[in-house]
Design a protein around this ligand. Structure first.
Ligand code: SER
Length: 316
C-alpha cells in the first residue's frame, strides 16, 4: 500500500481529469482525492467540492485526508484570462498562495504547480526557446504563471518545500476538453474531423506552437514528481517539449487519414497571444536532470487521437 495521500485541485479540468486517473493507478484509488469547484463530471471514486480561493477548505481537506502531495491545477488560462484580467490575477495568484501556505503549515511533502509556455513573451528566440530565456509575458495568465514560478522557487529556498513545476506546452488529448486556452484549437480540430465536419481555425495557418500529447504530459508530470530530490535542479519550472506544429501541419496530418477534411482560417484575438509565444521549446534541462523524453510526434498523436475519438463518438 502506498504511503502517499494525494489531493488534486482542479480535477475536472483538461489535465486534472486524466492526471487523477493516472495517480489512482500509481498510488491506489483510495489514496487520491479529486476536488474541483464544479461538481464531479462523470467521476468515479473519491470526489469533493473545493474552491481554491477558500484556504480553510483546503486546510481541512489536507488535514482530514493526511495529504502528503498536492497537485494544484486550478487556474484561468490565456484566452479566457484576457476577458477579466484582474479576476484572473486574483484567482491564479490567490489560489497559489492558499495552496502554498496550507502546504507550508501542514508540512505537505510535495507540491506540483503547473506553469506554461505562456510565461514567454517579447525578446526570446522563438525557435528552441531556452530554459533561461527572459520572461516578458503579455497575457495576465502568463504573468501569473511567471510570478508563480518565482514563488515556487521562493517557498523552496525559504521554507525548504519540495515544489516541482513544468512549463506545459499546449496539451492535446481525446479524454477531456480544454477550456479557455490559445492552444485549444489543436484539440477541437480532431473532434470536427472525426465528426466529418470542416474546421474554421482561430489561428492563422502558419502559426507554429509547442504542443504535447496528453500521454506524454501525464507521464512527464509523474516522472518529475517521482524523481529523486537531488535531480531537481530547476526550482522555478522546467521547459517541457513534445512536438511543434502549425494549423496547416496538423490539418495535413489529419488529411492523411481523412482525405475529405478541410480547414479554413479566421484568426481572432488569440492570434496575437500565439505570436507572443515560442514556436518550439528546448527542454534539455528536463532531459538531463530527470531523464525526460517524449514518445509522441504529430503523426503518432493524430493516429491515436482519431482512433480514440472514433470509439468515443460511436458510443455516444
Ligand atoms: N494551453 C494553455 C493556453 O493556451 C497554455 O498553457 O492558455
Amino acid at each position: 500500500m502506498s504511503k502517499e495521500s494525494i489531493l488534486v485541485i482542479g480535477a475536472n479540468g483538461q489535465i486534472g481529469s486524466v492526471l487523477t486517473g493516472a495517480l489512482r493507478k500509481e498510488f491506489g484509488e483510495k489514496n487520491v482525492w479529486a476536488t474541483d469547484i464544479r461538481a464531479a463530471n462523470g467521476y468515479e471514486g473519491q470526489f469533493e467540492l473545493l474552491n481554491v480561493m477558500d484556504a480553510k477548505a483546503i486546510a481541512s481537506a489536507v488535514e482530514r485526508h493526511n495529504i502528503t502531495q498536492v497537485y494544484h491545477l486550478a487556474a484561468i488560462l490565456s484566452a479566457k484570462g484576457e476577458q477579466n484580467p484582474l479576476q484572473t490575477w486574483d484567482i491564479n495568484m490567490g489560489g497559489l498562495f492558499n495552496v502554498f501556505e496550507v502546504a507550508r503549515e501542514k508540512k505537505v511533502a510535495k507540491v506540483f504547480y503547473p506553469s506554461s509556455i505562456a510565461v514567454f513573451g517579447a525578446d526570446i528566440p522563438r525557435q528552441m526557446t531556452p530554459q533561461d530565456a527572459v520572461l516578458k509575458p503579455t497575457t495576465v495568465y502568463g504573468m501569473s504563471k511567471s510570478a508563480g514560478e518565482l514563488w515556487s522557487q521562493y517557498y523552496h529556498l525559504k521554507y525548504d518545500m519540495d515544489i516541482r513545476s513544468l512549463r506545459y506546452p499546449g496539451v492535446v488529448g481525446w479524454q477531456s476538453d480544454p477550456g479557455g486556452g490559445t492552444t485549444d484549437y489543436a484539440v477541437d480540430i480532431y473532434h470536427y474531423a472525426e465528426r466529418g465536419e470542416d474546421y474554421n481555425c482561430f489561428l492563422s495557418e502558419n502559426t507554429a506552437l509547442p504542443m504535447i500529447y496528453m500521454d506524454d504530459a501525464i507521464r512527464a508530470t509523474l516522472e518529475l514528481m517521482d524523481a529523486a530530490t537531488a535531480k531537481i535542479k530547476v526550482r522555478t519550472s522546467y521547459n517541457l517539449a513534445g512536438m511543434s506544429f502549425s494549423p496547416v501541419e496538423i490539418a495535413a496530418s489529419i488529411q492523411k487519414l481523412k482525405p475529405g477534411f478541410n480547414i479554413s482560417y479566421s484568426p481572432d484575438f488569440r492570434q496575437k497571444i500565439a505570436e507572443s509565444w515560442p514556436e518550439s521549446i528546448d527542454d534539455s534541462a528536463a532531459r538531463t536532470d530527470w531523464g525526460w523524453k517524449p514518445a509522441f510526434d504529430l503523426k503518432k498523436m493524430t493516429e491515436d487521437m482519431l482512433f480514440h475519438l472514433k470509439a468515443k463518438y460511436q458510443v455516444v
